[in-house]
Each structure stands twice: as C-alpha cells, then as structure tokens.
Design a protein around this ligand. Structure first.
Ligand code: BGC
Length: 416
C-alpha cells in the first residue's frame, strides 16, 4: 500500500493516563473502590503498582521517543496533587514538571490531561462531580497545575471524555450490571467510610447520577482559569464511536448522537481544539442499540473491529464545532498484534482521507503506549504498542510500535 503523506507539522503521539500506568494512586476514588472487600466496587482486580510509570517515566519517555514519535499525552493525578482538600503537594507538582521536562528533552511535545476518570477520594466522598463546588475546585486545581508546569505543556486537556457518564448510561447491559453492584458496593463503602459518606459517595465508576451537566460546567470554568495561566491551546476530549443507523434505526441513531456526543461537543465554544477518541462503531435499529452484525470480528472489549470509525467521527466533530481536531485516542484491545497493525493502518488511511477533504486535523495519539490497567476490566485487556511484564516491569515494544513509528518518522523526514 502507498505511503501516507500527512501535512508538515502533523503531530505523531501516543497516550496514557496516570491511574492506568503509575501505580499506588492511593488517594483516589478508583483506588478506594478497587480495594473494597470482595470486589464490591466492581473492579475485576485492583491497580496496585500498575506498570510503575510513576518511577519509570524516564525509561517510558525514552522508549516512546525511540519509536520516532514527537508527542506524548499523559495525565496528571488530582489525587496526588491535592490529596486533601486545599492541601497542595508541591512534590507531586514537581514530579509532573519533571515528566514534562523529560518529554521536551526527548523531543516529545507534552499534552497534559488534568482529569482522566479518577478524582481525589475526598471529592468522591463529598459527592464527586455532583458536589456543588466540584467545578470550581477542579478549575482551581487546573490553574495551580498550569502555573507550575507552565510553558512546558504544548496542549492542555481539561477532562478526558467529558461525555463518559452518558456513554456508561448508554451501554445497555453495562448499566444493568452497575445497578446490581450499587447496593453491595454502597454497603461496603458504608462499612469503610461510614454511612453518611457512603450515601454521598459518587465517582465516574460508581453511581454517576446526573454528573454530565456539572462536568460540562467544570470544563468551562477550567478553560477560563487556565487562560489566565497559559497561552497553550486548551481543549476537552470526547468519546466518539461512529454512530450508524441500520434500517429503521435513523431516529434512534440521531437521538443517541445528540445525547451522547453533540451536547458535549457544543461546550467546546471557547476551546482551541477538540480531542476525538474513537475505537469502534455503534449500530442502532428501531429498538435502540443493536448488536454487532453477525460474523463481525470483535476486539477483546467485545465491540467490533472497525477502524473506519475514525474518519467519520473526526468529520462529525469538526463540522459540529468548527474547531481544529486532535485525535487524542484511537487503538484496539487485542492479543494479536498483527490486528493492531491492520487497525492502525486503516484508521490512519481514514484520517488521511478526511484531511484530503479539507478537515483540519492537527495530530494523532495512539492509545496506548503501554499495556496497562483497563479500569474495571483489570490488566487482561491489552491496548499497548509496548508490552509490560508486571512482575519485572520490563517493557518490550511490539511490532505495531515499530510499524506506527515508521509511519511517524517517514512523515517527519518528509516534512523536515
Ligand atoms: C479511555 C481510556 C481507556 C480506553 C480503552 C478510553 O475510553 O480514555 O482510559 O483505557 O478508552 O478502553
């Protein structure tokens, strides 16, 4: 297949999130749920040491740069930076500053995400994103981080997948599963933290309630606060699967798009870019969400292998918002690395085609740099370009890493 020529200056990156790679994120809501007795918090296994990237970030950044990429998206952990309300850990801020510096030294432009699913436990116990002052607290924290990391960051992302609450609610049987573990989880939380705290407890992993509106507000407050601290581009990211209608499902598909994507894209008005995160497609028939078509290839996650989704979602995000697009996540959970190569190739072809049509796309971040902690599903799902032995922490790049790195390098040479 002919080489893909992307425009000069296109960003070639890969992404991670703090809780999924760092280890020992002990002040977070995620950690509290993972370690409830009898797995009552709904996690298959706890995150533990993860891949110990908190200590091994230098090696990790070196590996990513060594592939030939020029950007790294990572997240900073609110629970480490503000482990108790109003208590700021300068040591934690310094840590992330060193991570950003290490990126710069290695030739990687850092994209810093301020919230990637986890929150401090104290916030969850006070109602999480349902707490009336959550948005303000988030904005204060965001400004504090920006003041510390300063111009080292090339881009800022406020909230990862601002629409995640809607995605969970839309997941059909997943919603049912959550409803079932709520009572048991709530009882375990009451035992651990007292019944009043347990009653209020709210996180993105557990009884999300009506957090969507508060999170949209949190994003907007954070953008304002960040503007006072930084000139770097600021945006949010949205989980966007390609929503398609089967015959008779047009109304259902349109309703799903409006509810799960568009009302979140519409808050990007004051932003500089939109981060699109796409993994697959969603089909709708007259009854709502439909199963993948008979015979479809499924990924480890149980959804369809459908890399063509990326072009469609990027097109939709750009036309709805009029903003430049960065693909902040795209990838596949698979133990067959040849399928990761095929997926990435097709996704990039789709992206390239959309750009040929004039859509303004500035970069692509593959999810993920490393096999890591896939939230409630634990370590079994493997999205990484680089494998990690979790007993020795040895990193081993997969063939897909050099495949993707080769495309990135060829495009940078061509644009140099
Ligand atoms: C999230 C990641 C997650 C990935 C793969 C995205 O929705 O931002 O944290 O690991 O999907 O499931």
């Amino acid at each position: 297949m002919a080489p893909l020529h992307f425009p000069p200056g296109f960003t070639w990156g890969t992404a991670t999130a703090a809780h999924q790679i760092e280890g020992a994120n002990v002040h977070s809501d995620g950690w509290a749920l993972e370690y409830l007795p009898d797995r009552a918090g709904g996690f298959r296994e706890p995150s533990g040491d993860a891949i110990d990237s908190y200590h091994r970030y230098g090696e990790d950044i070196g590996l990513i740069a060594g592939l030939g990429l020029n950007a790294y998206r990572f997240s900073v952990e609110w629970a480490r930076i503000e482990p108790e309300p109003g208590v700021i850990s300068v040591a934690a801020l310094d840590h992330y500053k060193r991570v950003a510096e290490a990126c710069r030294e290695a030739g990687l432009s850092p994209m810093v995400t301020l919230h990637h699913f986890t929150s401090p436990l104290w916030l969850a116990l006070a109602g999480g994103w349902n707490a009336p002052d959550a948005g303000k607290r988030f904005a204060d924290y965001a400004a504090r981080v920006a003041r510390h990391i300063g111009p080292l960051a090339q881009w800022w992302c406020t909230i990862n997948e601002l629409n995640i609450v809607e995605m969970f609610a839309n997941a059909g049987s997943e919603a049912g599963r959550r409803a079932r573990f709520t009572a048991r989880g709530r009882a375990a939380l009451a035992k651990q933290f007292g019944s009043e705290n347990a009653e209020r407890f709210s996180s993105l992993f557990f009884n999300q309630g009506e957090m969507g509106a508060r999170m949209r507000e949190g994003h907007q407050l954070a953008v304002k606060a960040l503007r006072a601290e930084t000139k770097a581009p600021i945006g949010l990211t949205i989980a966007m699967q390609d929503i398609q209608a089967l015959r008779g499902g047009e109304d259902q598909a349109a309703a799903a798009r409006a509810k799960t994507q568009d009302q979140y894209l519409d808050v990007a008005g004051a932003d500089d870019f939109v981060g699109v995160q796409t993994y697959s497609r969603e089909l709708y028939d007259e009854n709502g969400r439909a199963r993948p078509l008979e015979g479809a290839e499924l990924t480890q996650m149980g959804y369809e292998f459908y890399p063509e989704a990326l072009g469609a979602t990027v097109r939709h995000a750009a036309s709805r918002t009029g903003k430049p697009i960065l693909v902040t996540e795209n990838g596949i959970g698979t133990d067959d690395d040849a399928r990761r190569i095929a997926y990435t190739q097709t996704a990039l072809e789709g992206l390239h085609a959309v750009m040929q049509d004039g859509v303004d796309v500035r970069g692509y971040f593959h999810w993920s740099a490393f096999d890591n902690f896939e939230w409630s599903l634990g370590y079994e799902k493997t999205f990484g370009l680089i494998a990690v032995d979790r007993t020795t922490f040895k990193r081993t790049p997969k063939p897909s890493a050099s495949f993707y790195g080769t495309i990135a390098k060829a495009n940078q040479i061509q644009s140099a």
